[in-house]
Write a protein that binds this ligand. Structure first.
Ligand SMILES: Cc1cc2nc3c(=O)[nH]c(=O)nc-3n(C[C@H](O)[C@H](O)[C@H](O)COP(=O)(O)OP(=O)(O)OC[C@H]3O[C@@H](n4cnc5c(N)ncnc54)[C@H](O)[C@@H]3O)c2cc1C
Ligand code: FES
Length: 336
């Protein structure tokens, strides 16, 4: 066990031998800024003042050459080799709402959702407690580095963890998931993420998912429509797909007890070939355009959640900034 001392707050936390500084900090309740947990966003940067670190991924895109020259490191890719002293600005909004744990798990089953999205269920040795919209890290045999996937359940304390994953062409981690054999051991570490369900908000909810962003939006809708604290909020669920064969999600929502009174689903197709059959309740275009055409005037009245590929997330953010939606009503973790 090593000690990590933070300047200027003078806080110290303990870090297990093979844990990263970020995750050990969050386990200790430190408000360590982060987002992706997988080396891409750069939000977990800190400066090393004293001591030695091992870097788990030299090529991580979240750290530039300039950062390296300034002795900056990524919290999610740094392992302490002894006691260290670091400079980091803690930010209260990152204080974990549930303490993340790393637990052994094994693969149970795969359920096909579309031609390239499947649900993967794992049984964990210890239960993981999470809120709707959060994600976990999974370490897969033969894959370098963990991968982040959002849970699709409503939240709670679970021994069974379900992810909905899109098979990425040439993607090492997602391909390994699609090839898993039942009972294969893995490890799961979570929960993480700030885009969790705000149960104290009385606003109606807008969930916008694109492609691989299905799971956290399904989780949020499930959470909102089953929460005893949220008895009157409507959930407007927009799913952005390329073409008809990619459309999914509605069957999981329709089975919710309050869906028929408070749920609204729209699928938006961006690449449907002209002349091919399309259901009459679909919209054409990109999902952020559908958000604008359906809800432009009311955007600032919603609690807004979104997830999906970076371009979709950027387009959503631009729209919400243009419409002056207060940012404390907007919740997303970018997918990298
Ligand atoms: C917060 C969050 C939530 C997500 N939720 C979902 C979800 O619910 N469903 C879904 O389908 N996808 C989700 N993703 C995307 C998912 O994590 C993967 O990026 C995606 O499946 C592609 O992974 P891959 O291994 O197939 O592709 P690859 O191109 O092989 O790997 C890309 C990912 O692996 C990491 N990586 C690559 N090489 C290394 C290395 N040597 N060491 C450490 N890390 C490495 C990268 O940072 C990147 O995250 C989420 C991503 C984030 C950040
Ligand atoms: S949280 Fe470390 S780079 Fe994103």
């Amino acid at each position: 066990m090593h000690q990590v001392h933070i300047e200027p707050s003078q806080t110290t936390f303990s870090c297990h031998e093979r844990d990263t500084l970020l995750r050990a900090g969050l386990r200790a309740g430190i408000a360590f800024p982060y987002e992706c947990n997988v080396g891409s966003c750069g939000n977990c940067k800190f400066e090393l003042l004293e001591g030695e670190l091992e870097n788990t991924w030299d090529q991580a895109p979240g750290l530039s050459e300039k950062d390296k020259q300034k002795n900056r490191h990524l919290g999610c890719q740094s392992i302490a080799k002894g006691n260290v002293r670091i400079k980091l600005r803690e930010q209260e909004r990152y204080a974990p709402i549930h303490t993340p744990i790393k637990t052994a798990a094994h693969f149970v089953e795969q359920r096909v959702i579309t031609h390239d999205i499947s649900e993967f269920a794992f049984e964990t040795a210890e239960p993981i407690e999470f809120s709707a919209g959060q994600y976990a890290l999974i370490e897969l045999p033969g894959v370098q580095g963990p991968r982040a996937y959002s849970m699709s359940q409503a939240g709670g304390k679970h021994h069974r963890i379900e992810f909905q994953v899109r098979r990425v062409p040439n993607g090492v981690g997602s391909q390994a998931l699609f090839d898993l054999k039942p009972n294969t051991p893995v490890s799961i570490d979570g929960p993480y993420g700030m885009a969790y369900l705000r149960e104290d908000s009385s606003r109606d909810i807008l969930c916008v998912g694109g492609g691989s962003g299905l799971a956290p939006m399904v989780s949020l809708a499930r959470g909102a429509l089953t929460s005893p604290k949220m008895t009157h909020q409507h959930v407007h669920f927009l799913y952005g797909a390329r073409e008809e064969r990619d459309v999914c999600g509605l069957d999981m929502l329709e089975s919710l007890p309050n869906w028929s009174q408070r749920g609204h689903y729209t699928a938006v197709l961006s690449h449907q070939a002209p002349g091919t059959p399309m259901s009459s309740d679909r919209l054409n275009g990109f999902v952020h355009e559908a958000v604008a055409s359906l809800h432009l005037e009311q955007l600032a009245n919603f609690e807004i959640y979104f997830a999906g590929p970076p371009l979709m997330a950027q387009a959503m953010l631009k729209l919400l900034i243009e419409q002056k939606v207060p940012m404390d009503q907007v919740h997303f973790d970018q997918f990298y």
